[in-house]
Design a protein around this ligand. Structure first.
Ligand SMILES: [Zn+2]
Length: 282
């Protein structure tokens, strides 16, 4: 549990600092009248950041944030959005925060290059997961018995996407729910919301071992909210499960997973115990 506490603290502190910095910027800009208004579609209309001769962003005048130009009473009234010049910095922060949660260090050797694709029955899966990692679109579900190599493929995919610069979260389902539980306290609502938003908005979410989590109404609901959001948005998501775990999964999630318009399901056979093979050959 110490490890979990450290991880949550590592997430919490930068998030709180970000929020504080955000509030401070807002206050000082409001005072100086420097905060720039923009029309709601301005961020997408801009194709590049224009720097003036002093190297200061000419869109936000160096503030990093813009206030949405919407009438009083609008849901976004007074809300700050990141300027294009700030987006890259924020993205790299999200990447860092999720990388810490992902703990991919222990899966560092699980790469496509180290996968034993010569094992009978794994060639097709190896190729499909590799293609998915290169151009992630839709969802990919890897179903197979324990020890068939699906975690190696999922981790290899997460490592590849991370190296391609994406914001990636790789987690087992039980760990993911533990992180959420650890922040889900009356005193840390904001942190919970921010952590949940980070998970929801990750450019690539890889969930290992669906169905091995302890089932509870709270856990089922959180997992459903997370996956339903990503399902509706069609954001790249990869899930591994063994057949029993899949059968035990919340019916609402199973129904999302059976949508062939979005989801590709790959069934891995267990011709050999992939894990023992991998260990034996290093
Ligand atoms: Zn700017």
């Amino acid at each position: 549990m110490n490890h979990l506490r450290t991880l949550v603290e590592n997430i919490k502190q930068p998030l709180q600092r970000q929020r504080l910095a955000h509030m401070q910027i807002q206050r000082s800009l409001a005072k100086s009248g420097q905060l720039t208004q923009m029309s709601p579609d301005a961020p997408t209309a801009l194709t590049k950041t224009l720097n003036n001769s002093q190297g200061v962003c000419s869109i936000c005048k160096g503030a990093g944030f813009l206030r949405r130009n919407v009438p009083f009473g609008h849901a976004d009234f007074g809300k700050l959005v990141a300027c294009r010049c700030k987006e890259q910095e924020l993205k790299s922060k999200r990447r860092q925060q999720l990388a810490e949660l992902s703990n991919l260090r222990i899966f560092a050797e699980k790469r496509f290059e180290t996968f034993h694709s010569e094992v009978p029955g794994l060639q097709e899966a190896f190729q499909m997961v590799g293609e998915f990692a290169a151009t992630p679109t839709g969802w990919l579900v890897l179903v197979g018995p324990n020890g068939c190599g699906k975690t190696h493929l999922a981790a290899a995919l997460a490592n590849a996407c991370l190296e391609n610069g994406a914001v990636v979260l790789f987690s087992t389902v039980p760990d993911l729910l533990d992180y959420l539980r650890a922040t889900f306290a009356p005193t840390s609502d904001a942190t919970y919301d921010q952590l949940f938003a980070l998970m929801r908005e990750a450019e690539m979410l890889v969930l290992d071992d669906l169905g091995t989590q302890q089932s509870s109404p709270w856990a089922n609901e959180k997992l459903f909210q997370l996956l339903n959001h990503r399902y509706n948005a069609g954001v790249p998501t990869v899930i591994t499960a063994n057949p029993e775990g899949l059968r035990a999964t919340d019916a609402r999630i199973r129904s999302r997973l059976s949508d062939v318009r979005l989801v590709t399901t790959l069934t891995l056979e267990q011709a050999h115990d992939y894990r023992s093979l991998h260990t034996a050959r290093g």
